[in-house]
Ligand binder design. Structure first.
Ligand SMILES: Cc1cc2nc3c(=O)[nH]c(=O)nc-3n(C[C@H](O)[C@H](O)[C@H](O)COP(=O)(O)OP(=O)(O)OC[C@H]3O[C@@H](n4cnc5c(N)ncnc54)[C@H](O)[C@@H]3O)c2cc1C
Length: 331
């Protein structure tokens, strides 16, 4: 056998013997990304999750604010889809309550909007408990910037600060951006949107009068009373968050409290104990532009994550592999 043939044989063998670091790399840690990672793990894939932030959850994370730990980051609405209610109860082990009356179990009112009794902290926390039970690796502070593709086989290389990671599939959510190396269709990174939130911690001796409220004008797009979900019931304190387009100042805090009193959404004796703002930066919706080659179609999969209600399209697939919560936790 001549030297050329031997070289070709060695090269071909090296291709087949190459070990792939992960079958699947999932980008981001919103509930969609985490649940898809669990699904992939349960069908036998070796999974890595990478998250550029220092904490999990994306726009569903919880934060410590106004001295209250584990408050929802922003205002959230899940809706009343019974399929999602069943999934969150039976597969994630969340204790769901009616959003209109969080002291009531939503099982009593199947058509009402529901919410986890412990808010986003409970929602994310339950998923993370399931992830901890698996071999999934979760890397925080790890941003996917660029992906290169092996021209000879369906393998992608993710470039991180720690080096290159090889994988057979990258699953990414809507609100994420990365580039494909040598992609002629590549575009500059999209601008991001800043979601402004103003939190008011108030003293109010009466029980919370609302949980979720859409626009009240004055630059407020929606607001949520987090008192029950942040475990503040019966403390005489209420935590209210506004999603706002206004700059967040002491004046704005006082104006918003006045507005709540005018609309009888808090007691007229309510007064401000503390206020703080929080900005969430989210990349504009722009899936990376890939040439539609068979290799790319095999390597990249995007999740439709525009609203949490869209979980319903994945639940039939996820439940084929995920065990009900009690069984998964060995209870
Ligand atoms: C403040 C706010 C409130 C919302 N409220 C609701 C609601 O009430 N109901 C509803 O249905 N929808 C709501 N949404 C829409 C929400 O965006 C979707 O519900 C869903 O969370 C989107 O998931 P996502 O993973 O695409 O984005 P995100 O939740 O933003 O999560 C993306 C995650 O990916 C990470 N990431 C991004 N790029 C990279 C990268 N290159 N490398 C590594 N990690 C990366 C980010 O750090 C982030 O953690 C809200 C959005 C915001 C911003």
């Amino acid at each position: 056998m001549n030297r050329f043939l031997i070289a070709c044989l060695v090269w071909t063998l090296s291709l087949f013997s190459q070990t792939i670091d992960y079958d699947v790399v999932v980008v981001g840690t919103s509930p969609f990304s985490l649940l898809e990672a669990l699904y992939q793990n349960n069908i036998g894939k070796k999974v890595l999750i990478i998250e550029k932030a220092s904490e999990c959850g994306g726009s569903w994370k919880s934060i410590s604010i106004c001295g209250v730990p584990h408050a929802d980051m922003g205002c959230h609405y899940i809706g009343s889809d019974p399929q999602i209610l069943h999934f969150m109860t039976e597969y994630l082990g969340c204790q769901m309550v009616s959003l209109d009356n969080p002291l009531d179990s939503c099982r009593l009112h199947p058509s009402s909007s529901f919410y986890p009794s412990g808010g986003c902290y409970e929602f994310l926390g339950q998923i993370l408990k399931l992830i901890e039970k698996t071999s999934i690796r979760l890397e925080l502070n790890c941003s996917l910037e660029k992906v290169s593709i092996d021209p000879l086989q369906p393998i992608a290389y993710i470039e991180t600060l720690e080096g290159k990671i090889s994988t057979c599939k990258i699953i990414y959510p809507q609100y994420c951006y990365f580039q494909l190396a040598d992609n002629p269709h590549s575009t500059p990174p999209p601008a991001s949107s800043n979601f402004l939130h103003l939190y008011l911690l108030i003293a109010d001796p009466t029980p919370p009068r609302f949980s979720y409220h859409s626009s009240l004008g004055k630059g407020i797009s929606r607001m949520m009373n987090l008192t029950y979900f942040a475990n503040l019931a019966e403390t005489g304190q209420q935590l209210i968050v506004f999603q706002s387009y206004q700059p967040l100042t002491q004046q704005a805090a006082e104006d918003y409290l006045r507005l709540l009193i005018e609309h009888q959404l808090v007691d007229k004796s309510a007064h401000l104990l503390n206020f703080e703002s929080y900005v969430y930066e989210q990349c504009h919706h722009r899936s990376p532009l890939f040439p539609q080659t068979p290799t790319n179609l095999a390597l990249f999969e995007s999740l439709d994550t525009r609203g949490i209600q869209l979980m319903s399209q994945y639940i039939p697939k996820w439940t084929t592999a995920l065990k009900p919560y009690k069984e998964a936790m060995g209870e």
